[in-house]
Design a protein around this ligand. Structure first.
Ligand code: FAD
Length: 288
């Protein structure tokens, strides 16, 4: 099923993101994760694509399992930086043959200091155009409520977001944020820029404080004072801290109360925490 149709038909869409285990580790670990998450009945599950295509085979294999074994609509992520048109064509044909109908089209990042030797794709918009020319996938793209770290300013970032939508993207999923004001201001600016597609808020489900610090720094995301206060008693490396879970539940409930089109959970492949967040938050109520 296409996500554009789900978003059109449902008032509230619940989705989750997982990532493939490293190529040299046991793939069954992710199937255990999916076994633990599937009965939350997400409207779709997305599976990430390793930078530079490192997890390509696994992304395709897991996408197929989600779509055809678990019977949950799947969105396969695909990055284009450093890729050729031929290699992207091959992956898209593989995904199509496996009945995948949704692609999250991304530029991706090259390792620091590495220059892109290839000219086939420079930005995500190039990938969206390429996909839409030959295939009938439903395409989602990434949005950055606090601006993409490489963008000079929000105005330019929104201009490029609009190019992705004009090229054929049907919806936007945001990068994580811890302060909901950023999401609501962003949606306002997106609409003022003339972009009308749904903007799904991406929420990082509770993880170690040390990981949150690392990720927010990397992505240019603010850690609000109220998050610091709420989690001040958590040990930095405690993998399951009640306070971060509570903060996430509160953040989700506030978003829902203010009419978001859905919630996309960055699950970090954790079963218990995500089940808990689902049940404790208003996501479960929205789906009754
Ligand atoms: P783009 O939309 O191409 O934008 C990148 C930058 O270039 C922005 O600063 C933009 O303003 C600028 N830009 C765009 N067009 C132009 C232009 N014409 N001229 C000048 N500047 C321009 N990474 C992975 O490796 N694998 C994943 O699976 C993955 N999944 C993600 C899912 C989501 C929801 C999000 C938010 C991010 C994800 N990422 C993933 C990270 C993403 O690859 C990085 O954030 C990357 O730096 C940008 O990708 P993009 O698709 O947003 O790029």
């Amino acid at each position: 099923m296409k996500i554009a149709d789900i978003l059109r038909d449902k008032k509230f869409v619940f989705s989750m993101e997982i990532f493939p285990p490293k190529p040299d580790s046991d793939i069954s670990v992710i199937y255990n994760t999916l076994d633990g998450l599937k009965d939350l009945k997400p409207d779709f599950i997305s599976i990430t694509f390793g930078a530079g295509g490192g997890t390509r085979t696994r992304t395709v294999e897991i996408a197929e399992r989600i779509e055809n074994h678990y019977k949950i609509p799947c969105m396969a992520h695909l990055t284009c930086i450093g890729a050729t048109k031929a290699s992207i064509t091959e992956i898209l044909n593989e995904l199509k043959a496996k009945n995948i109908q949704n692609i999250m089209a991304l530029r991706g990042d090259l390792p620091e200091g590495v220059k892109n030797p290839l000219k086939d794709f420079k930005y995500a918009a190039d990938l969206v155009k390429f996909i839409k020319k030959k295939w009938d996938f439903c395409v989602g793209v990434a949005g950055y409520p606090e601006k993409h770290p490489q963008a000079k300013d929000m105005k330019r970032d929104l201009k490029h977001l609009k190019e992705k939508v004009k090229a054929g993207a049907s919806f936007i999923t945001t990068q994580l944020f811890l302060n909901n004001d950023h999401y609501f201001n962003y949606v306002k600016m997106v609409r003022e820029a003339g972009i009308t597609v749904p903007v799904l808020p991406g929420i990082m489900t509770a993880t170690k404080l040390s990981s949150i610090e690392r990720m927010t720094k990397m992505c240019g995301v603010e850690i609000p004072e109220r998050f610091k206060t709420a989690t001040s008693t958590c040990a930095i490396d405690n993998p399951v801290c009640d306070e971060t879970v509570k903060y996430t539940v509160g953040q989700i409930n506030h978003l829902i109360k203010n009419g978001v089109p859905g919630i996309h959970l960055y699950t970090m492949n954790r079963v218990e925490q995500n089940r808990h967040i689902y049940e404790e938050s208003d996501i479960s109520k929205m789906r009754q």
